[in-house]
Design a protein around this ligand. Sequence first.
Ligand code: UTP
Length: 297
Amino acid sequence: MIKKAVIPAAGLGTRFLPATKATPKEMLPVVDKPAIQYVVEEAAAAGLSDVLMITGRNKRPLEDHFDRNYELESALTRKGDAERLLKVQESSELATMHYVRQGDPRGLGHAVLCAEPHVGDEPFAVLLGDDLIDPRDPLLARMIEVQGREGGSVVALMEVDPEQVHLYGCAAAEATGDPDVVRITGLVEKPDPADAPSNLAVIGRYVLDPSVFGVLKRTEPGRGGEIQLTDALQELAGDEKIGGPVHGVVFDGRRYDTGDRGDYLRAIVGLACEREDLGPGFRAWLRHFVTDEMAGD
Ligand code: UTP
């Protein structure tokens, strides 16, 4: 049974400057919730009640958001505003939260390695703090199911335009009996499109065998001078004796990289349209905006 989720959120968020100069990118609101709350809700919905967040300097608001805020709670109680009180309390009741600081952001692989003392010797999930999977398209539960059946590690994959493959880790893969599951034979971080083994991109959800820690300890800095999780997974995929096979679940739902400005805007529009409270009015405005204001484009 997988119980622990690790959420790396120590990155600098340079693509979103200046907004992220003093505010973590994970705290930017998507409609009316910080992006990171969707990620913790996703972990909780998949049954992962123990969450370790990898943070760093300037990331204190993340800890505050998942803690109680008694001042706000008593003010709302005095006003009799039960609806907003519930919203304030919700985030502190999702999961048991733990935090560890990464010190120096030396890459995603290094961030995952910081989780070793907490995770110990059991399989665990990793959810990138800036990757938002639409709650209507569950992915993690399927990955946990595949890991339970096949053992080893499981990564999430998405088909992308071949021109975009240089932005992601990219997988060489073989089909299995399941249409949405592949067996990974190789992985390469941000390849040139000409060298890419496929258009299957690794997205920010993983279920990992704990043997990945041993591999990460000896993984040299790779692309961008960072310790890359992809490089450690490549080693696992190349030698099953280390920690079992690596499979991929091919996801075709809605996913947004909230660290990217364009995708962040798409996330807000996509999720706002579906909201019961805001959706009808927002959709009507959007229709008008697209047909009238942008008619000449
Ligand atoms: P990104 O590649 O999005 O890097 O990291 P970043 O630094 O956050 O953002 P930009 O590119 O400067 O805008 C992917 C995920 O890995 C985490 C990030 O927080 C994000 O969730 N990460 C990355 C760490 O936790 N530590 C690191 O050293 C690097």
